[in-house]
Design a protein around this ligand. Sequence first.
Ligand code: ZN
Length: 284
Amino acid sequence: MLVNLNEIFKIANERQIAVGAFNVPTLEMVRAVIKAAEKLDCPVILQHAEGHNKFISMEEIAHIMLYYAKNTKVPVCIHLDHGTKIEDCKKAIDLGFTSVMFDGSMYSYDENIELTKKVIELAHEKNVTVEAELGPMLNSSIGAGEGVSYTSTTYQYTEVSEAQDFINKTNVDCLAIAIGTMHGIYLEKPKLNLNRILEIKEATEIPLVLHGGSGLSVEEYKTAVKNGIRKINYYTYMNTDGGKAVKDYLVDDKVYIFFDELSIFATDRIEENVTEFMRTISTI
Ligand SMILES: [Zn+2]
């Protein structure tokens, strides 16, 4: 069932849970995530990031994601992750995405507000929801793609007053905040500020989003959800688990390697990883 983020957040708020948002640049990943959501009867967000255009184009994956969303009983939102240009958000909306993220973190605060407002105007007209970002998301030097790499001096957290002001001025549907998580593989224990989620939640009352959701402890996930996180972006560790599955498959003394069998093997392993993650963030 195809839905937008408002419908996802309605369920998440009722159940006091977070919903997983998964980047799915391969068919195996789409199938694994949908199977896990069906198994747990959980709403889910499938998303495409600009950084993954090298694996699959937005047009190709849009059709695949929409096919699966429309052919399952669980609520599925199709979301653009980290759109950095208004044109990309428009393209996603035209392709049938039900939600877009405008990542204006590389602009000045005022420009971020102005551009986010323009995306909201385009999106809301078509019942498409919008996520914005306030505060720089850190990137690990492994597995985070392009962008500014994390160094120990770059930890910054979203300010409560700024989040409040940003939401008042834009009327955005949900906000991704910086609390010390990072994209890619954690090379050291991150300096999380989980209390900042609660402070922003109390000041703003809108659903909050956590990026860089791989690699936190079960307790950290649960605290983040309890404090007000309603969408968690998760990708790196399901991706590396798929990679490990391929490695395991290849160590056997096989004379012939069949690619289609390998694909199924990797899909099953990704499904297991995603199921475990969904279970963690959707049970209190
Ligand atoms: Zn992100």
